[in-house]
Design a protein around this ligand. Structure first.
Ligand code: MG
Length: 393
């Protein structure tokens, strides 16, 4: 029986993880839940799963939550809050495995703490790897703690890598859907509205990641994530636009063989893989091979999608540059959704922040978070300045 801590339990990955626990009661149970701000959803989860520990975002929410537990006569669930609370969930002695699914760098400290405590991590939070992957993977290797990727592409790569030795890997191919603007003339990019950009062709996801898929910045973050998770150079990672999103990624070996992973586009599959690794439990997630008519691949257009170029450049430099790439993008996407900058202002803002970012390699999580804050401040100043008199419609 694997006892799980789920960081980000009320988000989409958290909920999918709990649906896996529901389906495999003999394999998995819930030790702790870090739930954030959604007291209603967290309460329902606590009632259903009776974890030892639940963490909410703030003391006030934790008090509300405690009162509700008391009213319901539930006494065995302990309640905590804030970053310390999330860390307490991640390091709980009763937990055997930590699912890291808090969006953004706020999940970073707890993910680091889980690795330090020797807990295998199922990683759904790519910002962790982009901001602090150099530190996290070093500590994980030193302590022999597995990090199992839940991001569908990296999960696919992890599966393909099992058939060959690391020095036999030539290229990791990450597939990209190409987003909704794959064929839009580049002159029309300035006029793209948030509503258009929020429509993703194949996956239903959160707002930031949907915009990141439209700019291909998400794929750029995944390139960086791949370099760190699999210990390869940026030049060994390539992106191919594969509109069907059927192949989740591929590994090309030095003898010319290419292995691909195909499955339904359902996050429960990579979650189950990570939770059960190295075993493969039987699941109900089947892929209809007969329904597969064709597989298309094309080179990504770096001119149309400058975010992808910026990500490769940041990956080459590493350290503060990958932190700044992620932080600047988050600020720029927010500004785009608030109609303060146009769609093309997203890569412009990131590029400007990167130009202002010194080459540095943070050694601690505190230094990573400081670099992250600094890049955010720079980005905020830039989008405010751009926003004046340059409003998108
Ligand atoms: Mg992905």
């Amino acid at each position: 029986m694997k006892r799980l801590t789920i960081l980000g339990s009320t988000g989409s990955i958290g909920q999918s993880t709990l649906s896996i626990v529901e389906q495999f009661p003999d394999r998995f149970s819930v030790a702790a839940l870090a739930a954030g701000r959604n007291v209603e959803a967290a309460f329902a989860q606590a009632v259903r799963w009776r974890p030892q520990l639940v963490s909410l975002a703030t003391e006030e929410l934790a008090d509300q939550f405690t009162a509700r537990l008391k009213a319901a006569g539930i006494t065995e669930v302990q309640v905590t809050y804030g970053t310390n609370g999330t860390v307490a969930c991640a390091t709980l002695p009763a937990a055997d495995f930590v699912v890291s699914a808090i969006v953004g760098v706020s999940g970073l400290e707890a993910t680091y703490a889980a690795i330090l405590a020797g807990k295998p991590v199922g990683l759904a939070n790519k910002e962790c790897m982009v901001a602090a992957g150099e530190i996290l993977t070093r500590v994980a290797r030193e302590r022999n703690v597995p990090i199992l990727p839940i991001d569908s592409e990296h999960n696919a790569v992890h599966q393909c890598l099992r058939v060959g030795a690391r020095n036999e890997v030539k290229t990791i191919w990450l597939t990209a859907s190409g987003g909704p603007f794959r064929q839009l003339p580049v002159e029309q990019f300035d006029a793209i509205t948030p509503e258009q950009a929020l429509k993703h062709p194949t996956w239903v996801m959160g707002r930031r990641i949907t915009i990141d898929s439209a700019t291909l910045l998400n794929k750029g973050l995944e390139v960086i994530e791949a370099c760190r998770l699999f210990d390869v150079r940026p030049s060994q990672v390539r992106v191919t636009v594969h509109a069907q999103s059927t192949i989740h990624s591929l590994v090309e070996f030095i003898d010319g063989s290419i292995l691909a992973q195909i499955s339904v586009t359902d996050m429960r599959l990579p979650i189950l893989y990570a939770l059960a690794y190295p075993e493969r439990p039987e699941s109900t997630l089947t892929f209809d091979l007969a329904a597969l008519r064709r597989l298309d691949f094309e080179e990504p257009d770096f001119g149309r999608f400058p975010c992808l170029r910026l990500a490769f450049e940041a990956a080459d430099i590493g350290g503060a540059h990958t932190i700044a790439l992620n932080a600047a993008d988050e600020v720029a996407v927010e500004a785009f959704l608030d109609r303060k900058i146009p769609f093309t202002g997203i890569p412009r803002t990131i590029e400007q922040v990167l130009t202002l970012t010194p080459e540095a390699h943070p050694e601690t999580i505190a230094e990573v978070l400081a670099a992250d804050q600094k890049a955010r401040q720079t980005a905020r100043k830039l989008v405010t300045r751009t926003g004046q008199g340059n409003q998108a419609s």
